[in-house]
Ligand binder design. Structure first.
Ligand code: FA5
Length: 349
């Protein structure tokens, strides 16, 4: 009978060694200490033990039971401790920092540009992204079917046309705010900086389909090109610093006369037109176009109910992404990265 006890003990020790989880341990507990378990089986055999040895036999079974119980408890402790270590949380460790969101770099550029013009007394406006053809073109001296309209390739919106204002478009430039501002402010002086989203179907290193422009409009009596040049110069010095050059290049816009394009020396190639002996892919010439400018055409003033005999004005419209790319030392040589959503690029600013 004692050999049964020794046998159960031996088997138990062997089985216990194989146990790796609490679930297995619970099953082992039932198998040995349960009502129909091995220990009770041995105990039931007490009837076959001679009466005078039953006491000792009973004590030996109890010792076995106690040993099994203790071993199971010990093993339970070891398994739980190991599990705890795997999921251990040290509450004294510093927490992981929450990733901070931030404004998009184009928004920062918009703020900086607004502040520069605020210092000169310009009023910040934001005219419509979705516009009528009239404000985008006709009011700007570009009648229907005028070929100059092709220069502003346009997204048309599938919407019933307005009786007076024609089709609905995604505005291709902020110049569509010129006549709106003249009508809103009723009478010069006007000093507006219109910053808004604009759209054209382009996609390359210097063009994206959705971009921003800022449009300066200044109308009063005695306004001339010198004021325009001074204002552009002030903007360029404030935004790019003193060691960059700006040039006005004669051009043609239907809504300004005379008209110019405004260029800045390229920051990617330092105005040389070359990067590592290859043509600079951003400017190709050492100069990058920022936008257009000129004296407001008398027909446009008339559309805005302003008498061109009494008042004159100038306007300019620059691309914000383009201007931002040219900021000193940024080395952004492809405009598309601004809208790529690449967090590694964006979080540098
Ligand atoms: C115009 O949009 C005129 N409305 C500017 C103007 C205003 C002239 C007032 C006279 C008086 P232009 O099409 O050249 O002009 O665009 C101006 C600038 O917008 C460009 O030089 C460039 O900086 C930016 N731009 C134009 N298209 C895109 C584009 N697809 N992606 C990014 N920037 C663009």
């Amino acid at each position: 009978m004692n050999s049964d006890i020794a046998h159960v003990k031996q088997n138990f020790e062997k089985d216990l060694k194989k146990i790796t989880s609490i679930e297995e341990l619970n099953l082992l507990n039932i198998a040995y200490l349960g009502r129909k378990g091995r220990v009770n089986e041995v105990l039931l055999s007490i009837k076959d033990v001679p009466k005078e040895k039953r006491k000792i036999f009973g004590e030996s079974v109890n010792t076995l039971k106690f040993f099994i119980q203790k071993s199971i408890d010990l093993k339970r402790g070891i398994i739980l401790q190991k599990k705890d270590r795997e999921h251990y949380i040290d509450p004294t460790l510093p927490g992981l920092p929450y990733p901070h969101g931030s404004l998009h770099i184009v928004t920062y550029a918009i703020e900086e540009i607004s502040q520069i013009f605020e210092r000169l007394g310009f009023i910040r406006m934001s005219y419509r992204e979705v516009e009528w053809e009239y404000f985008s073109f006709e009011s700007l001296n570009m009648p229907k079917d005028h070929p100059a309209r092709d220069d502003f390739e346009t997204f048309f919106i599938d919407f019933p046309p307005h009786k007076e204002y024609g089709k609905m478009v995604l505005t291709p430039h902020t110049s569509s705010g010129q006549v709106r501002e003249m009508i809103r402010s009723k009478k010069p002086p006007i000093k507006m900086i219109n910053i808004a989203k604009t759209y054209r179907p382009n996609w390359d290193a210097t063009h994206v389909p959705m971009f921003h422009q800022f449009e300066g409009l200044c109308i009063d009596s005695g306004i001339n090109i010198t004021n325009l040049k001074g204002t552009i110069e002030y903007f360029a010095r404030s935004f790019f610093g003193n060691n960059r050059e700006i040039r006005l290049r004669p051009f043609h816009f239907q809504f300004t006369e005379p008209s110019f394009e405004v260029d800045v020396t390229c920051d990617i190639c330092q105005g040389t037109g070359k990067v590592k002996n290859l043509k600079c892919k951003v400017c190709k010439s050492g100069w990058l176009e920022l936008g257009g400018a000129g004296m407001v055409h008398p027909n446009v003033l008339r559309e805005g109910r302003i008498d061109p005999k009494k008042y004159s004005g100038w306007a300019f419209g620059f691309g914000i992404e383009r201007v931002f790319m040219m900021k000193q030392g940024l080395n952004v040589d492809d405009i598309r990265i601004l809208y790529s959503g690449d967090i590694r690029f964006l979080e540098q600013f």
